[in-house]
Design a protein around this ligand. Structure first.
Ligand SMILES: C[S@@+](CC[C@H](N)C(=O)[O-])C[C@H]1O[C@@H](n2cnc3c(N)ncnc32)[C@H](O)[C@@H]1O
Ligand code: SF4
Length: 379
């Protein structure tokens, strides 16, 4: 049976961080029950389609899934376990914010079958956490981390952001050093994006944000790679590092363009040659379901040519790059016949390299990846 990755969006948070544009609502606690009812209704509408698949991974993202009462997560699992093919699940992740976790909550997750937890720390420096609108301190993170270990979690990811206002290279290495010393299995290390419509975007446009210059930002990235590799973490995707065997299986479905389905507001799906995405607006999402319609805001059909392009763009995010043989097995076309000219151009410029039949970004290419992506797209 075909494997599928399931994403579930929980759009509630205790407050809005100044950089974040994920669909998440602070002060909407009175809608949580209603939302979970609609979420389960949506899952039920896809029951026939999912009969053809067996679930490989589940990812609860947000928003802050750990913000809501654990009974809601329990209800979602009751539905999944009794209605979907769930006997071969390999990985179930939940995103958690330090200030929201308790032993009881984490133990319930563990008992339900969740085996991976992703904690948002962003930085170990309290002054930075405050400046970016986080509700927790480093100490809160430490308590949450220890509680997760006590509850039995053996696969923990920590999210960090670099390029934050007033952050130095030393701050970044300190954050990394601290989480490495704790023994985390996986680190997501994201470059700050100033997203339109966020408070940070407003401050940036008003000239009120003191961001690191481009050279420091790149140094934060390159030094992190050196540091984490020396500590035994594999840099396996542009922003992700893992100890051997702890790569995020769920995200590999996205990067390898394997089937995935998203439930909940703003989630995306990829099934066969169809891509579709849900409403981002709460009322549109719920009223659509109330009227018995799929809450889908848009969809597109991907032809074989576009599939190959997507496969290249997502595949090059992986540090091992794209395997020519795998490409041929999937598309029955030689990678060089389809993309040879573009690949040669960037190999000559030193942005791409080829080794043992794998095309990947060079160190320089990782910094200039967008130039290559644009050239891979159709004119
Ligand atoms: C879905 S979000 C948040 C999950 C969880 N609520 C939390 O705050 O930890 C997942 C991660 O994306 C990263 N992120 C969010 N907005 C970002 C931005 N504008 N730039 C870079 N990273 C961002 C953060 O590291 C965050 O932990
Ligand atoms: S970063 Fe996390 S906690 Fe902060 S607003 Fe976004 S989803 Fe909510």
């Amino acid at each position: 049976m075909k494997k599928i990755a399931v994403y579930i969006h929980i759009p509630f948070c205790s407050s809005k961080c100044y950089y974040c544009d994920f669909v998440s609502f602070p002060n909407m606690d009175n809608r949580i029950d209603q939302y979970i009812n609609y979420l389960i209704k949506e899952m039920d509408m896809y029951k026939d389609i999912l009969e053809e698949y067996t679930i490989d991974t589940i990812f609860f993202g947000g928003g802050t899934p750990s913000y809501i009462d654990e009974k809601h997560i329990g209800r979602i699992f009751e539905y999944i376990y009794s209605n979907y093919n769930s006997s071969e699940i390999n990985e179930i992740t939940i995103e958690a914010n330090p200030e929201t976790v308790t032993y009881k909550k984490l133990k319930t997750y563990k008992d339900i079958g969740i085996n991976r937890i992703s904690i948002g720390l962003q930085s170990t420096k309290d002054t930075i956490l405050k400046e970016i609108g986080r509700r927790h301190t480093f100490d809160d993170f430490l308590k949450a981390y220890e509680t997760a270990r006590k509850a039995g979690f053996e696969n923990i990811n920590v999210d960090l952001i670099f390029g934050l206002p007033n952050q130095t290279v030393k701050d970044c290495i300190h954050s990394l050093d601290t989480v490495v010393a704790l023994g985390v299995e996986h680190i997501s290390y994201y470059s700050l994006i100033i997203e339109e419509g966020t408070l940070m975007d407003k401050w940036y446009k008003e000239g009120k944000l003191k961001l690191p210059d481009e050279d420091s930002e790149r140094e934060m990235y390159h030094r992190a790679i050196e540091f984490l590799e020396a500590k035994g973490y594999k840099h396996y995707e542009i922003s992700n590092f893992a100890r051997e065997g702890f790569e995020c299986r769920h995200n590999l479905f996205y990067w390898k363009i394997k089937p995935y389905i998203g439930f909940g507001i703003s989630s995306h799906s990829n099934i066969g040659n169809k891509r579709f995405w849900n409403y981002k607006n709460y009322n549109e999402y719920t009223s659509s379901l109330k009227n018995g319609h799929f809450p889908v805001e848009g969809k597109e059909y991907i032809d074989e040519n576009m599939k190959m392009i997507e496969y290249m763009i997502m595949g090059l995010r992986l540090i091992d790059g794209v395997d020519k043989k795998e490409f041929k097995d999937i598309f029955k076309v030689d990678l060089d016949d389809r993309f040879g000219m573009v690949l040669e151009k960037y190999k000559k410029q030193g942005l791409l390299t080829e080794e043992d039949g794998n095309i990947r970004f060079s160190k320089k290419g990782l910094d200039l990846s967008n130039i290559v992506y644009v050239d891979l797209l159709p004119n």
